[in-house]
Design a protein around this ligand. Sequence first.
Ligand SMILES: *[C@@H]1O[C@H](CO)[C@@H](O)[C@H](O)[C@H]1NC(C)=O
Ligand SMILES: *[C@@H]1O[C@H](CO)[C@@H](O)[C@H](O)[C@H]1NC(C)=O
Ligand SMILES: *[C@@H]1O[C@H](CO)[C@@H](O)[C@H](O)[C@H]1NC(C)=O
Ligand SMILES: *[C@@H]1O[C@H](CO)[C@@H](O)[C@H](O)[C@H]1NC(C)=O
Ligand SMILES: *[C@@H]1O[C@H](CO)[C@@H](O)[C@H](O)[C@H]1NC(C)=O
Length: 456
Amino acid sequence: MLSLSLVLAAILVSFRHFSWGMELDLDDPDSLRLATALLADGILDYYSGKDPGGTVGMFTNPYYWWQAGAAWGSILDYGFYMENNTYEGHLIEAMLAQVGERIDYVPAEQATTEGNDDQAFWGMTAMAATERNLTNPPEGQPQWLALAQAVFNTMASRWDDSTCGGGLRWQIFKFNDGYDYKNSVSNGALFHIASRLARYTGNNTYVEWAEKTYDWMQDVGFIADINGWHFVYDGAPVEGDCRNTSRLQWTYNHGLILSGCAYLYNYTGSDIWHERTRNFLQSAVVFFDDDEILHEAACQGVGPDGVNTCNVDQRSFKAYFSRFLGLTAQLVPESRTQIMSWLRASALAAASSCSGGYDGHTCGMNWFIGHWDGVYGLGEQMAALEVFQNLRCLDRPAPYTAADGGSSIGNFAAGTTPVKYRAPPLNINRGDIGGAVIITTIIGITIAVCVVWLVI
Ligand SMILES: *[C@@H]1O[C@H](CO)[C@@H](O)[C@H](O)[C@H]1NC(C)=O
Ligand SMILES: *[C@@H]1O[C@H](CO)[C@@H](O)[C@H](O)[C@H]1NC(C)=O
Ligand SMILES: *[C@@H]1O[C@H](CO)[C@@H](O)[C@H](O)[C@H]1NC(C)=O
Ligand SMILES: *[C@@H]1O[C@H](CO)[C@@H](O)[C@H](O)[C@H]1NC(C)=O
Ligand SMILES: *[C@@H]1O[C@H](CO)[C@@H](O)[C@H](O)[C@H]1NC(C)=O
């Protein structure tokens, strides 16, 4: 009898731990706070900048530099939505450490592999810092708005009329694979950043760039309109005039365009942007199953047995899509019912996947099975965090503008004039220096002892 109840208790305990995932009560702010804190901490577990010898701003292998920029965007919104500034120090230090010598997010260490999309993801984090009124860096240091403008200006300067009638190439440099490909993430990000800068600054030059980029993507067929359905395809080689299009649809491309339209509609009030916002919103249904659970349709199937061929980058796309849905809901009141319904269903499903790892709250990729699928990484952790924290989008202010709530100092010419910048030395406090001296001394003595031992 005793042993039977022990077995039962054990089964119940394991059911609790392995089947229910992370507890999340959608309508209890404390529950959301607890869940997002665990996930944000999980993201920082992958941050190498906090380890001795690690690079400030970078995440551990195999996460590329672009994803680091994107992850800081998740941490930034964590701070804003959950009203928790625990990680602000790391965030600001990371964002300044990676601006590069020309203060445009093309640092020398990345320059040889960096694409337009990579630069754009850091630029979007700078844009979010501007719109969320993140603490401004001290005078003399790069400022958030000017950084977003530098990313915009340098990207716009790469507009290439020599092939396909315009557009950005994927890569910045000729010697990189992908230089001969034009794609939606690079052009969509230019459109998206231009839309945000337009609304924030009130300068209509950015609207003109957004229109030009959107029109080009539509002309070339990257943005398709099929009986009112609006889709965003991956891209095409410049050979063949960008007509041989890869029709893969990624959540983050759809989100870049949807939310860009939402910014433009919010700023201009125009019928065209209204109509486009509505169409992209309705068409986003292709990324949800019948129960409104989000999935990365191009590399992930629906349901417990759905295939998963998503690579390390693609596994993070649901994070940005959730972020862009939250922005859209903030800016376009009529989108709110649909977006909150998607976010709520997906958050519950994602929470059920967060039962993995030695910590018991590592999140998985498949949100359909009600427990962890054995897959883990920075992308999975970010996707769950973003879908959770965007549940707060209507409880927190919409993106500020220069005229209303924002305080970052900009520079319309940022990125167009040569500068030579060195990030400030890190703030190492006396305790850390003391520790470093002791460690150096110990290592020194150890080497000396070894040498003596070898000689003897
Ligand atoms: C703030 O965030 C940190 C890091 O995620 C977490 O440990 C802490 O519990 C959070 N505080 C509150 C009040 O939620
Ligand atoms: C179009 O792209 C496909 C897949 O990349 C390739 O196999 C095919 O040869 C291309 N067609 C042309 C006409 O370039
Ligand atoms: C723009 O966004 C603000 C903030 O949410 C909202 O109050 C306003 O109604 C929006 N404007 C339009 C035209 O939708
Ligand atoms: C933005 O930050 C500035 C500078 O810290 C501050 O004066 C201002 O009140 C902040 N705006 C909002 C809406 O909190
Ligand atoms: C608007 O932005 C453009 C492009 O960055 C800049 O050249 C122009 O000077 C700005 N206009 C005003 C009135 O500040």
